[in-house]
Design a protein around this ligand. Sequence first.
Ligand SMILES: *Cc1c(COP(=O)(O)O)cnc(C)c1O
Length: 378
Amino acid sequence: MTDKTDKPIAFLDLIAQQKRLGPGLRQRVDAVFDHCHFVMGPEVFELEKRLAEWCGAKECVGVSSGTDALQIVMMAENIGRGDAVFLPAFTYTATAEVPLVLGATPVFVDVDPNTFQIDPQHLRARIRAVRDAGKLTPRAIVGVDLFGQPAPWAELRAIAQEEGLFLLADCAQSFGADLEGKPLGREATATTLSFFPSKPLGGYGDGGAILTDDAERADLYRSLRTHGEGKTRYQVLRTGMNGRLDTIQAAVLLAKLDGFKQELARRDAIAQAYDAGLKDVVQTPVRVPNSKSAWAIYAVLLKDPAERAPLQARLKEKGVPSAIYYPLPLHKQPAYETHHDGAALPVSEDLATRILALPIHPELTDAEVARVIAAVRG
Ligand SMILES: *Cc1c(COP(=O)(O)O)cnc(C)c1O
C-alpha cells in the first residue's frame, strides 16, 4: 500500500484542537477583550485556583513560562555564584540554563536506562563528588518528570533531606500525571509547570506556574514575578523580574482545563495502542511503577543507532512525523560543555542516539494511530 495519498499526520495539531474545544475557548478569550485587564486580570487568579485544586497544592503562582518559573524558584532560594544545582543530563535545556543564568553551576546526573528518569544512586555519587572537590556548595536538586512520567520522588526527597538540599520539581512535561493515585504537583517544596503549546496542558503562547504548600515562598514568588515589589507597586524589596502570566493565556488555559481529563485519557489510550502494536519491534516506554503518565512525549528506543535515520525517513515518506528528544544530552551541548566537570554519563549519551518520539496528541484518530504503527513496523 502506498500512503502517499494520505494526508500527513501532525505532530501537534492546534487547528484540530481549537475546533474540538469549540466556542467555549473564544468566549473565554472574548471576555478578556471585554474587560481589558490584560495583565493580572481575573482569569489569572481563577486559573491559579483551579491548578492548585487540581493537585491539592495550597498555593499557585502563574508566571510567564516554565523557564521563568524555574528562575523565580531559584532566585527565591538565593541560588547563585558558587552553588551547585544537581539535575539530569537528559532533559530539556531550560532545566540547566536557569542555574547558569543565575551564576550557579549545573551538575549533570545520569538517568535510568529504562524509565529515562534521574538515577538516585548516581545523584548521591555526584553530590559526594562535589562535596569532596570542595569548590562548589551543593544547594538544590531539580527532579524532572521526563516525558510525562514521575521522577523517583520518594528517593529524591530522602536525598534532599539527608543532604540539606532544596528540592524543585520541574513538572513542565507532567502536569496531569499521577503517582500512587495522587496528581503530581506536591512532590517537592516547589513545582514548576509550563504551558508551552506542545505540553500536555498547553496554552496558545508562553506561560507557566509555580505550585507550593509554603505560603511564605508563594508570597516571595509573587513579589519576584512583579519586579520584586512589596505591598505597593512602587516599593521594590528585592531584585525581581517581569515574570507574570498573561491574562489571555490564562483564559485559553481555563477553557482547556475543562476537557483536560478527557485529553489525558485519550493520550493514554494512544500510548496503549502503540505499546500493543510496537512492543515486538522497538522498546516501548517502560512505566514508572504506580504512576500514570501525562504522555507529553511517547518515545521508543531502537536497538541500533544506525536504524534511526532510515526509520525517520521512511516515516516521513508515509506522512508520519517523528522527533528526537533529545539529540544530545545537555553536557554535550556547546553551551554547557565548558561547565561540565567531565563525569561520565553513559546512559544519557546512549539514549540520545537511539530514542525516537512518535506523535501522541489527543486529536489523533484511531486510523492515524494505526497508520503510525504500520509505518514503524515498515
Ligand atoms: C518545556 C520545558 C521547560 C521550559 O518551559 P517553557 O515554558 O518553554 O519555558 C522546562 N523544563 C522542561 C523539562 C521542559 O520540557
